[in-house]
Design a protein around this ligand. Sequence first.
Ligand code: ADP
Ligand code: MG
Length: 534
Amino acid sequence: MTSIGIDLGTTNSAASTLIGDREEILDIEGDRTIRSVVSFEPGDDEVLVGNMAADLMERNPDVTVSSIKRHMVDDDYTVSIDDDSYEMTEYAPEEISALVLKKVLAGAEGSLGEAPDGAVITVPADFPENARAATRRAGELAGVDVLRLLSEPSAACVAYGLRDRDEDIERVAVYDLGGGTFDISLVDVAHEDKFYDVVATEGEQELGGDDFDEALAEWIAEQIEDETGVDVTDDPGAFLQLKGKAKNIKEQLSARNSATFRDPGTISGENVDIEITREQFEEVTEHLVDRTIEFSETAIESQDMTPDDVDTVLLVGGSTKIPAVKEAVEEFFGQEPSQEVNPDEAVAIGAGVFADSIDPKKALEGDGEDRSELPSDSEGIDVGDVVPDDLGIELASGKIDTIIESNANLPTMERREREYTTVEDNQTRALIKLYQGEGDTVDDGDLELKTEFVLENIREAPANEPEITVQVKLDEDGVLSAHAWDESVVGSDVIDPEDADEVADGEAHIDMTPSGDEEKLSVEEIRALLPSIA
Ligand code: ADP
Ligand code: MG
């Protein structure tokens, strides 16, 4: 039994799975990625999907569908195919996507030797609810159990294994320039919780490798006109062909300083040879790169950050192989971006790793890890439920201090940094009780105790001096976990709670009473915390 991850891209799609401990891109009939293109060739009773369909695009654009992902958000959009060899002549975007997924699944079955029975499918971080629902339906139409939808930037973070690193919290910028779209996302990685939170995403649906192809094709057309007097842009078919060649030249120029455009006469009617340097390509596409940096700026500013505040930058999407793109990103963020995982494959790899980690069947097979709590059909990791009621801790005064407000989107995490302290001199322990519900105090309100735990090893100090941080997290399924630590114990701003023994934590399900295996101590024995007055 295997679960796989699928990057259902605007331009290209790919799938991956874990084989043993290794992430593997699944071969789809000989290719690692396939074009997300569907072709309804007349007279053929099989729909062509993938690279062969993409090859037909130039010759028969009327029966070829590409970039359908852009329309997943539009409930009323249909693709009309004007040919009677097909029963259906009108297709909803999810039906076209289902055909792409079917191809990916068939390829996966071929390379795995069995049909995958569950899949995680990735979606852009800012995909609205209806587009997510349409993606789910596409998976179901293709005949696979959609375990979860995962946002693309989160998938990239998973592929890089960021959560398994040693640091505590990290802010990551995922710069994703694909074939037709650009996204810049800021993701918080909370290592101790294995938690990813996309805090901001900016970008454009119509900015990607295609625009680079088009800009270069227009420039080449000018050169052709100078040489031959023929304006290729007047003939849509010829220009489409030229764009195809421009794409090829663009990709060559990522590895070389110059490339040659050759037309034996099929495009302009005359024999043309044009030498194109990387520098010339960079000039005609500079405005596109600049736009991506403007979006990056907007995203950073939306979080009141500066580029310096970003700890790691990941490059995702085929178009980040363009050297000028890499350079612009490096200049903006003031650090070298990571490209260790192939940018064409990072999203698929992350989805595959994630699919394995939530595979419900693995829990039954008993591979040692208890995954029984993990649902098989919850909504996407970035959408889903909201917190029904305020969640807060009880202070020594008896008052409830709200940490997570009702209606926050799940998953969510709040950290109150150095906001709490002790009420007694040399107090080394504190009881942290988390309540959910309405009311100012436990006695005077409708509150339910969700979890309680004891924070130990508080630095011996006069009352009010220790600076204590409390962090509360609700994952996408509403599972609550909380951590607390004394910042002054280790003497650094941020500690890794996993490594520090003074960290205490508790877990409970939001709809369940806590397990209560924490050491129970009465409120008299241990004082709860007061907000610091600093
Ligand atoms: P999407 O996420 O939109 O499905 P991809 O991430 O697969 O797209 O990116 C596809 C784009 O990447 C295409 O425009 C393609 O031309 C471009 N691309 C792929 N390889 C290279 C390369 N070596 N140099 C420049 N562009 C490349
Ligand atoms: Mg992509």
